[in-house]
Design a protein around this ligand. Structure first.
Ligand code: PLP
Length: 385
């Protein structure tokens, strides 16, 4: 990030600001697939919108600045972004992933990239010694999320990046849960940052998008080549929506986190709640590491109700907080990892890793915290058996 600009300002003024032709303060939606060229053999600035589009380019410059990288890339979804990054690898390469990596990341490795002979191993990335021991000659990257879904497990991004660098392999961080407003993995030493911009960056549950940022020029050239070759690019209108969303990321996250901190405290004291997972609570796993690498604990909370509470009744009784997949929008959402995001994991393994049937994930919105807490209270009361 430019030194003269603090992140609150960079969110609004970063990348490419406005339009140089009209001086409009917003980047226009360049809804075009192609551009007229000046002549044969004369290098055009813009040639075709898969390769480059001014609205998308403004978003790409913005996310690069926010993450402290040199190049940004916008894709049609978080999964398209992850697919582009995984396309860096070749037959015989293996990637180490954290045990609670996003389900779609696991699926694309397990069911798509396996066809091309690119393999993966699941590692406990909080155990650095064992992680380093797993780096054999075929391992070419470590992919982590911190905090990770759904137990908000914290991984030391700087330490993992140093291990990767020492072995000459890439460190990749999915920064969806934190955003550059709270955590900047490239500054901690990571090589590649990925986002599902569908979540906090977009922030209004109205766009599906993915972003990649790198700091190394050679890596940037490779990703640009893959982006243009495989073509999963973000359209101009969705790029505009993301730029618009990112402008308010700071104020939104301030409120998201303020609400999450209050909700985590409230739930910790509630008699129905067996356990709260929130990296902002001093007794949470990885609290100190998170404090070192991120601004605060973010706004995602998971909590477990005691067995005598009827989980189905809890979800049915909610009035304000919606039962839905996704996270990071202005509205509070809850989901049931055991039957939704992590349903594909067998029951006994789910128990071992802490994804019990009583586990609830809350994406704390920016509504009145009193309304959120009242809704959770009444739904818990209704579900008491
Ligand atoms: C949602 C999500 C993704 C996938 O992003 P899409 O935009 O849904 O394709 C990847 N990683 C994390 C951490 C996510 O939450």
């Amino acid at each position: 990030m430019s030194e003269y600009r603090r992140i609150e300002s960079a969110l609004i003024h970063g990348g490419i600001y406005g339009d140089k032709y009209t001086k409009s303060v917003n980047v226009p939606i360049y809804q075009t697939s192609t551009y007229e060229q000046t002549g044969i053999g004369e290098e055009p600035v813009w040639e075709y919108s898969r390769t480059g589009n001014p609205t998308r380019a403004a978003l790409e410059a913005l996310i690069a600045e926010l993450e402290g990288g040199t190049s940004g890339f916008a894709f049609a979804s978080g999964m398209a972004a992850i697919t582009a990054v995984l396309s860096l690898f070749r037959t015989g390469d293996r990637i180490l992933i954290s045990s609670n990596v996003y389900g779609g990341t696991f699926r694309v490795l397990d069911k798509v990239f396996n066809h091309f002979g690119i393999t993966y191993s699941i590692e406990d990335t909080t155990d650095l010694a064992s992680l380093e021991k797993s780096i054999t000659a075929d391992v070419k990257a470590i992919l982590v999320e911190s905090p990770a879904n759904p137990l908000l497990t914290v991984t030391d991004i700087g330490a993992v990046s140093r291990i990767a660098a020492k072995h000459g392999i890439l460190s990749i961080v999915d920064n969806t849960f934190m955003t550059p407003y709270l955590q900047r993995p490239l500054e901690l030493g990571a090589d590649i940052v990925i986002h599902s911009a569908t979540k906090y960056l977009g922030g209004h549950s109205d766009v599906v998008a993915g972003l990649v940022v790198v700091k190394d020029k050679e890596l940037a050239e490779k990703i640009a080549f893959i982006q243009n070759s495989t073509g999963g690019v973000l359209g101009p209108f969705d790029s505009f929506l993301l730029i618009k969303g990112i402008k308010t990321l700071g104020v939104r996250l301030d409120r998201h986190v303020e609400n999450a901190e209050k909700a985590a405290k409230f739930l910790s004291k509630h008699k129905a709640v067996k356990k709260v997972y929130y990296p902002g609570l001093p007794d949470a796993q990885g609290y100190e590491i998170n404090k070192k690498q991120a601004k605060n604990g973010g706004a995602m909370i998971s909590f477990e109700l005691y067995e005598n509470y009827d989980i189905k009744k809890f979800f049915k009784s909610l009035r304000l907080v919606a039962l839905a997949e996704s996270l990071g929008g202005v509205e509070s959402l809850v989901c049931h990892p055991a039957s939704m995001t992590h349903a594909s994991i067998p029951w006994d393994i789910r128990q071992q890793i802490g994804i019990t049937d009583g586990l609830i994930r809350l994406s704390t919105g920016i509504e009145s915290i009193d309304d959120i807490l009242e809704d959770l209270s009444q739904a818990i009361a209704e579900s008491e058996g």
